[in-house]
Ligand binder design. Structure first.
Ligand SMILES: Nc1ncnc2c1ncn2[C@@H]1O[C@H](COP(=O)(O)OP(=O)(O)O)[C@@H](O)[C@H]1O
Ligand SMILES: [Mg+2]
Length: 279
């Protein structure tokens, strides 16, 4: 640092150029990747989302919790383009994606997995990841250049195996997907999202119906993805006893409204949250 000085409550740092670049990178890592502004969604007379504003920090594991029917799934559906909002805005990775179709939002790297995972059940686990992978396609111009695409295939398989390792599915690579358990299918969906180049993966109840030991393992994989790959995870969960310790930041919803937000500790000590869950 060149020097620093105090100006009222503010400390001014004069940085060397290389420190400045480092600070900018830190800033980019801390920036918001997904933001909603006053998002409102009505189904007939029912307001499922009522002016919901959230910010999801890049590289965080952000959790949305709340009782059944509080609007969690609707929020993710509106953000990912499956439903159109009645009012408000959605910003993702610096772009206004309000009302954009799901495939466009997917291409930008916002990938949601469904409550019921839907990979190609007849393909094996590895094939499912390969199908999701972005590649240069079967160009007729490249067809005569067999060594070239052979090399690309080899690299894709290597990358797919590496991805499977990150979600704990290495040993199941040659299993047909329909033989996987519910939790494993969700992890396969996460693997496919990674293969497709996800920046943010939204998961709707990934540990629903999973036994506590494997649920913990799953949450560990997800938490590592954010730590090791900088992937942002947006997680809907109602099994808060298991999931809360893995979250960086939490939003609590009730009847279409965000009633509390903060660190896991802050929200679990918030009387409004206790009232919704116990009252
Ligand atoms: N497609 C829909 N049509 C009509 N009502 C819906 C629809 N989807 C959700 N709802 C209603 O909106 C509210 C919020 O639902 P949802 O977002 O699924 O809640 P959560 O995921 O928190 O359980 C509920 O009252 C639900 O019945
Ligand atoms: Mg739901």
């Amino acid at each position: 640092m060149k020097c620093s000085c105090e100006l009222g409550d503010t400390t001014i740092l004069i940085l060397e150029p290389e420190q400045y670049v480092g600070a900018l990178k830190m800033d980019a890592r801390r920036s918001t990747i997904l933001q909603t502004e006053n998002l409102t969604k009505r189904f007939g007379g029912l307001t499922a989302l009522n002016r919901v504003s959230i910010k999801v920090e890049r590289g965080s594991l952000t959790m949305i919790m709340g009782p059944n029917g509080s609007g969690k799934t609707t929020l993710i559906n509106v953000c990912s383009g499956i439903l159109k909002p009645d009012e408000g805005r959605v910003l993702f990775d610096g772009e206004d994606i309000t009302g954009a179709p799901p495939h466009e939002i997917y291409k930008l790297g916002f990938i949601r997995t469904f409550q019921i995972p839907m990979p190609f059940l007849k393909l094996n686990v590895l094939e499912n990841v390969l199908v999701a992978m972005k590649n240069s396609g079967e160009s007729p111009l490249k067809a005569p250049l067999r060594p070239l695409w052979m090399k690309e295939e080899e690299e894709n398989v290597k990358r797919a195996m590496e991805i499977l390792g990150r979600v704990g599915l290495s040993d199941s690579w040659d299993k047909e997907s329909f033989k996987l358990g519910g939790g494993q299918l969700k992890m396969l969906e996460v693997a496919r999202a990674l293969a497709a180049g996800a920046k943010l993966i939204a998961l709707d109840e990934p540990i629903g119906g999973v036994d506590p030991a494997y649920a913990n393992e799953i949450l560990g994989y997800l938490s590592d993805l954010r730590k090791n790959l900088g992937i942002t995870l947006l997680l809907i969960e109602h099994r808060i006893d298991l999931a809360l310790p893995f979250a960086d930041y939490v939003y609590v919803m009730d009847r279409g409204v965000v009633i509390s937000q903060g660190t896991p500790e802050e929200v679990s000590n918030d009387p409004k949250v206790l009232e919704v869950y116990l009252g």
